[in-house]
Ligand binder design. Structure first.
Ligand code: GLP
Length: 267
């Protein structure tokens, strides 16, 4: 994988990359995996603007979101259905029929998850999976301990995640659902290309784990190291706890090219 540290706006950087992939492959359908969270809001704003200025079209895009809280109605303003309409879908030319988000209110949650995996398979698989990283290193809602070959399923959220996400629920820990439906790490790794984003000092510990020897299910983010075409794009704050050879290499590149981007090859 590549760890790219940039001084530029992560959202703009990522949106340009997404538009480039959709345009250059000219594939129909182009299948995108989509995340939620604070980190990717800028990316969605930038993508909306690129569509508005006709630099890219989502007419041939089919999307699959990573996760959804169990029990929240799509109209709930903290559901990921609501988030996606608010931040992206209502601003772009995607056909609503081509957007997929897990139904956290399904009567049979296991059947909902199995049908989601089938639907992904039927499109031929995900071309580009976009994502964020949790403070505890989670990918989608794959909390520490999740198997790297896990697939879409019901997951229990950890205290750390409930606390981190309570900011979206008015700071009320009890208002945060305790379970979610989430694609698995295996579902993510099956995509042809991965582009994940992490910003801010709160993500620095998770990012630093990537420079440890090998991988560990304790830090789901390290699964990215096993993928042949994965990029984690971070800002300088998220890269602030790098140590050892990775830090030396970063410092060397910063000296040679002060404006960046700086690229570390890991795993
Ligand atoms: C949630 C999502 C994750 C996301 C994480 C990071 O837990 N399920 O997919 O990566 O938040 O969120 P933020 O970008 O707000 O830090």
């Amino acid at each position: 994988m590549k760890l790219i540290i940039t001084k530029h706006n992560l959202g703009l950087w990522a949106a340009n990359q997404v538009a480039q992939r959709i345009n250059e492959t000219n594939k129909n359908p182009f299948v995108l995996g989509l995340p939620t969270g604070g980190t990717v809001e800028d990316m969605y704003a930038a993508l909306s603007s690129l569509v508005k200025h006709q630099k890219v079209s989502f007419k041939n895009v089919v999307s699959f979101n990573m996760d959804e809280y169990v029990g929240l109605a799509p109209e709930h303003d903290q559901s990921y259905h609501y988030y996606m309409n608010y931040h992206l879908f209502s601003h772009i030319d995607i056909d609503p029929k081509n957007t997929h988000i897990l139904n956290g209110q399904a009567a049979d949650l296991a059947a909902e998850c199995a049908a989601y995996e089938d639907a992904i398979k039927q499109t031929g698989g995900i071309d580009l999976f976009l994502g964020g990283v949790g403070q505890n290193g989670h990918l989608a809602f794959n909390e520490p301990g999740s198997d790297f070959d896990s697939r879409t399923r019901v997951v229990d959220l950890t205290e750390n995640t409930i606390e981190a996400n309570s900011r979206f629920f008015g700071g009320d820990l009890k208002a945060v659902p305790t379970q979610a439906l989430s694609v698995g790490i295996g579902t993510v790794l099956a995509a042809k290309e991965l582009l994940f984003l992490a910003s801010g000092a709160k993500k620095a510990e998770a990012v630093a784990q990537l420079t440890q020897e090998g991988v560990s299910t304790r830090w789901p983010v390290t699964a990215l190291k096993t993928h042949a075409n994965a990029t984690l794009l971070v800002d300088e704050a998220a890269a602030s706890l790098l140590t050892g050879a990775a830090k030396e290499e970063l410092d060397k590149q910063k000296q040679a090219n002060p404006q960046g981007d700086w690229i570390l090859h890991l795993g």
